[in-house]
Design a protein around this ligand. Structure first.
Ligand SMILES: Nc1ncnc2c1ncn2[C@@H]1O[C@H](COP(=O)(O)OP(=O)(O)O)[C@@H](O)[C@H]1O
Ligand SMILES: CC(=O)OP(=O)(O)O
Ligand SMILES: [Mg+2]
Length: 405
């Protein structure tokens, strides 16, 4: 029998998330997370879904190479190791695919070199993605490694949305344009939202709000992305855990000329020490809500700035789409933080947008509506599953029957 399993690796700047799936029924065999890679306090959490066994260990894990080796050991302990003949492929999330990659791609040396060339526009993400691919290749040189790009879903954006208003010759020379990210999630969630409404993706217009540590919004018309909030890099757009999102570009000149900061210092400030963290010292929405409940004004202002930006994007994408069938909240904050959902649509009743407080307070795992019955625009919580989407795309490219599909 042909191998039917796919290992998915989602390497973040300091984490490695993974899932092993059996593509006969898309079931998960194992899943886990390595956190705080590069620190003394790294942790690996591993669950074997086949046996229900979970394990957690601490101790320094120096880099993504060591992290993947630790994952490989955990999988081996459950008899699911990378040496398994049942493994069909390894699917990798790659954050920046530039103009070059619009589809999932089997990795070869040329593909690796192109992903490497894109490091300057995804400095937090592409290096980790590359290490993941290189280590996986060294562990199983015979297996196809497939790169699935965060940027791919956004390549349908019209030029009017993708281009910045700068000299096109300069833009083209430096490949400066809006690429957009989290595309695997925006694609999956927009389709799952159509399914929740009982309609075909081609028939519905959806605003997807992917609110995790990184956060982005997208306007999806009939299944195609027409605008998204992240740009050349994952820094533009919404207020995020540690990234500023939109600001006047002149802030950068001002910090350099008047503030005496170097470009690297400004880069670090805006990517790692801004957003919710920069505003109030916390980037976790749970902690921010706890502080607000205790009357903390700094946390409340950070929350209000976060919501104000989110609301502006909902309004902007309403205008871009003309007609909106659903607004879908997803990722860690979108799926779990009821107060964020309520605040983001508060006052938008004239646009047909509202949440029902009781429905919004329900905690559940699956996709669900939180808007009042009969609302003109559905407001939905739709859990994302980037790993399943990456596995599906990987298996469609290289798995059994790939040539017939
Ligand atoms: N129960 C919760 N309530 C509010 N926010 C939550 C909850 N659980 C997670 N979050 C938020 O989700 C964020 C992580 O989202 P996630 O989508 O996992 O991010 P990433 O994939 O970027 O690491 C956390 O930083 C936290 O702000
Ligand atoms: C592109 C991006 O911001 O990804 P993440 O949310 O995983 O940091
Ligand atoms: Mg994420």
């Amino acid at each position: 029998m042909s191998p039917t399993r796919v290992l998915v690796l989602n390497s973040g700047s300091s984490s490695l998330k993974y899932q092993l799936l059996d593509m006969r029924d898309s079931s998960r065999l194992a899943a886990g997370l390595v956190e705080r890679i590069g620190e003394q306090t790294s942790r690996i959490r591993h669950t074997c879904l086949a046996t229900g066994d979970s394990r957690e260990h601490g101790g320094p894990i120096a880099d993504h190479d060591a992290a993947l080796k630790a994952v490989s050991q955990e999988l081996s302990r459950d008899g699911l190791g990378l040496d398994s003949p049942e493994l069909a492929a390894i699917g990798h999330r790659v954050v920046h695919g530039g103009m070059f990659f619009t589809e999932p791609t089997v990795v070869d040396d040329e593909v690796l070199a192109e992903i490497e060339r894109l490091i300057p526009v995804a400095p937090l993400h592409n290096p980790a993605n590359l290490t993941g691919i290189r280590t996986a290749r060294a562990l199983r040189p015979d297996l196809p490694q497939v790169a699935v790009f965060d940027t791919a879903f956004h390549t349908t954006m019209p030029e009017s949305a993708a281009r910045y208003a700068i000299d096109p010759k300069i833009a083209d020379r430096h490949r400066i344009r809006r690429y957009g990210f989290h595309g695997t999630s925006h694609a999956y969630v927009s389709r799952a939202t159509a399914r929740l409404l009982g309609r075909a993706p081609e028939e519905v217009n959806v605003i997807v709000l992917h609110l995790g540590n990184g956060a982005s919004a997208s306007a999806v018309a009939g299944g195609r992305c027409v605008d998204t909030s992240m740009g050349l890099t994952p820094l533009e757009g919404l207020v995020m855990g540690t990234r500023s999102g939109d600001l006047d570009p002149a802030v950068i000149f001002h910090l350099a000329r008047v503030g005496g900061m170097s470009m690297d210092e400004i880069d670090t400030l805006l990517n790692k020490r801004s957003g919710l963290f920069g505003l109030c010292g916390d980037n976790d929405m749970r902690e921010i809500r706890r502080r607000i409940d205790e009357g903390d004004a700094e946390a409340e202002l950070a929350f209000d700035i976060y919501i104000h930006r989110l609301k502006k994007y909902i309004g902007a994408y309403y205008a871009v789409l003309g007609r909106v069938d659903a607004v879908a909240f997803t990722a860690g904050v979108g799926e779990n933080a009821a107060p964020v959902r309520a605040a983001a649509v508060a006052g938008l009743e004239e646009l047909g947008l509202a949440v029902d407080p009781e429905l919004n307070a329900v905690r559940a795992d699956g996709p669900r509506l939180v808007s009042p019955a009969g609302a003109r625009v559905a407001v939905a919580v739709v859990p994302t599953d980037e790993e399943l989407e990456i596995a599906t795309q990987t298996y469609a490219l290289v798995g059994a029957g790939a040539n017939n599909s």
